[in-house]
Structure formats: structure tokens, C-alpha cells
Design a protein around this ligand. Structure first.
Ligand SMILES: Cc1cc2nc3c(=O)[nH]c(=O)nc-3n(C[C@H](O)[C@H](O)[C@H](O)COP(=O)(O)O)c2cc1C
Length: 319
């Protein structure tokens, strides 16, 4: 009997989450500032990523820029706060895109019109947004510093120099990452090191989130969580919580051992899970949380450089 109740509650809980997701994610409507901000961040981040490409592809992302500009105009039209950190950051990112083309004498008047130009000029420069150049020799300088400095110094690196990380060092990383807390210490997290550059390339093609620099990646880590450690139907999403906590600790552990990394999303439809199962015999009992590209950085590389949300945009105090 209690198995039947478990299956019923699993179904209802999924349905509840399904309804909340349709109501409140920004994929189905844009009827609030929170949803519009979500779209704006999504769009400006893809422009930032285009700006770090080396060599740069001029006039990239025409449609993405135009969508972003539509959202920014809508933000102003609806009189949402123009001191919002993410609205201002988006304007600065577009300004970096415009400056790149002005400096190189490339016409983008078909991408950004006069009115949008004025909007960007009014609100850009009030928050950071764009890219910064990093020298590999300095990148890990704070790897042994106090936590506040260490944490601020970790960034996603997407340009690798081709040198492989040895398996012994990966072992040390995994040892350290295992300090991650997990529900009742269940430790459901699992790691697969893809140590074959050709296979890594095939997996990256399926993942699809690292187009321009994917060819510099030679090793991947697949982070997953084994569903077999969970006892009750209410725990179905603990998979993602424990997996997310482990992923963050893994990223820090890689940074500590001076290995560059970028997490790559695995919010994919089921048929891509099936592709990975077929390609590498990935166990069906495990849920992939993310894929992490790892390696050593090229001598000089760019990273996106945008303003994070302010404390008062994150923290609500409830007395
Ligand atoms: C779960 C997860 C999935 C991500 N997926 C991608 C991805 O598919 N492609 C990519 O270039 N970056 C990806 N990133 C990296 C984020 O873009 C990056 O963490 C974010 O912009 C913050 O930058 P930072 O890591 O340098 O602090 C992902 C990060 C996380 C945590």
C-alpha cells in the first residue's frame, strides 16, 4: 500500500512543480519584472560569451542582440527600476558590443537602431558588463588565499591549451570535492572522467553549450547523482540539490588544484540522456547534473565580466 501512496505522491508533486514552472518560469509568459529580468540576463550572458571569442566574429548574435534590446525597451516602457543591477549590466554589455564595432569601423546600424542606441547610452557604464583579459600566469594567484579571495578568483575558463590533467591530480580533486555535504550524508554523487579527447568532443557536440572553444577541450568530468541512494518519493529532487552542491565543491576543488574549468549545463530532454547512455554506457540509475570541461588555460584569455546581483536584490529578511 505505501508503495502505491509513494507513486501517487510522486505524480502529484511532479504535477505541482509542473504547474508552478509553467506559471512562473519566463518561458511561457513575461508578465512580471522577475521574468523579464530572467530573459535579459539569459540574453546578455550569451552576448558576453560571444565577446570572449578569439578571434572575434564581428556582427555575431544579431538576433540575440535584437531580442535583448526589445526586452530592455520593454523594461523601460513598463517603468521597472532602471537602477536594477541586471538591467544596467545588460546595457553595459550591449555598449561593449557597440564599442567593439565602432573601434573596428564596422557598421551595425541594421542591428541596433537610433532609439536603442540612445537607450544604451543613457544606462550603460553604470555597472560593469563586457569582458576582461586574464593572464594564465596570474589566474591561480589566489588559489591558496582566504576563502573570500579564493572564491572571488574562481571564474569559468573556456580557452584551454591542450595539456591534459593527469589522473592522479584528478584523484586529489575528487577527494577534496567529496567534502561536499549531502542529504543524510547519502553521498549519491558520482564522477566520470572522460579522458579521451575524441570522446570528449563527441559529448560536447551533444551538450552543445560551448561552440566556439569546444575544440580546445580534451577532458571532461561528468557529474551525476545515483538515484539508488534515495529512500522516499519526496526525495526525487534531492538528486539535483545534492548534485548542485557537489558541482560547486568540485569547481572549487579544481580551482584549488589550479585546474581551469567551466561547468556545462545538462538541462536536457530525455533523448539526449539516452544518447549519452548509448555512447559511453552511462548507467541508467544515474542522473547527469552537469558536464565540466577541464584543462589548463591558454596564456591569455578573456572572460565575461558582469555585475552580480546586489545583496538587497538577493536577500529578503523575514522577521
Ligand atoms: C550548472 C551550470 C551550467 C552551465 N552551463 C554552461 C554552458 O552550457 N556553457 C557555458 O559556456 N557556460 C556554462 N556555465 C558557466 C556559467 O555561464 C558561469 O558559471 C556564469 O556565467 C558565471 O561565471 P563564472 O563561473 O565565471 O563565475 C554553466 C554553469 C553552471 C553552474
Amino acid at each position: 500500500m505505501h508503495k502505491l501512496i509513494g507513486i501517487l505522491s510522486l505524480t502529484v508533486d511532479h504535477l505541482f512543480e509542473f504547474i508552478r514552472f509553467v506559471q512562473f518560469s519566463n518561458g511561457f509568459s513575461l508578465n512580471s519584472s522577475d521574468k523579464l529580468r530572467g530573459k535579459i540576463v539569459f540574453r546578455y550572458h550569451s552576448i558576453e560569451k560571444g565577446l570572449i571569442n578569439d578571434p572575434i566574429r564581428y556582427r555575431f548574435g544579431k538576433i540575440k542582440i535584437q531580442k535583448l534590446l526589445r526586452y530592455l525597451s520593454l523594461w523601460v516602457e513598463r517603468k521597472y527600476s532602471t537602477s536594477d543591477s541586471q538591467f544596467l549590466t545588460a546595457c553595459s554589455v550591449v555598449k561593449s558590443y557597440m564599442d567593439l564595432h565602432i573601434i573596428n569601423n564596422i557598421d551595425i546600424s541594421d542591428i541596433i537602431n537610433e532609439k536603442e542606441n540612445c537607450l544604451i547610452d543613457s544606462f550603460s557604464g553604470k555597472q560593469k558588463g563586457g569582458t576582461i583579459q586574464i593572464q594564465a600566469k596570474n589566474y591561480f594567484n589566489l588559489a591558496l588565499a582566504s576563502f573570500d579571495q579564493f572564491s572571488s578568483s574562481r571564474r569559468s575558463v573556456r580557452h584551454f591549451n591542450g595539456q591534459m590533467v593527469d589522473v592522479e591530480t584528478i584523484g586529489k580533486v575528487i577527494q577534496l570535492a567529496g567534502n561536499a555535504p549531502s542529504v543524510c550524508n547519502r553521498q549519491g554523487y558520482k564522477v566520470k572522467l572522460i579522458n579521451n579527447p575524441i570522446l570528449a568532443g563527441e559529448i560536447l557536440k551533444i551538450q552543445g553549450g560551448l561552440n566556439s572553444t569546444a575544440n580546445t577541450v580534451r577532458q571532461l568530468i561528468i557529474v551525476s547523482v545515483d538515484r539508488s541512494v534515495f529512500v522516499s518519493s519526496a526525495e526525487w529532487y534531492e538528486v539535483f540539490i545534492d548534485g548542485g552542491i557537489y558541482l560547486q565543491n568540485l569547481l572549487y576543488s579544481l580551482h584549488f588544484y589550479r585546474i581551469a574549468a567551466v561547468a556545462l549545463n545538462w538541462t536536457k530532454h530525455f533523448f539526449l540522456d539516452k544518447k549519452i547512455e548509448k555512447l559511453i554506457g552511462f548507467p541508467k540509475q544515474e542522473k547527469i547534473i552537469a558536464i565540466v570541461a577541464i584543462g589548463y588555460p591558454v596564456d591569455s584569455f578573456k572572460i565575461p565580466f558582469s555585475q552580480r546581483k546586489k545583496v538587497n536584490e538577493t536577500l529578503d529578511i523575514i522577521n
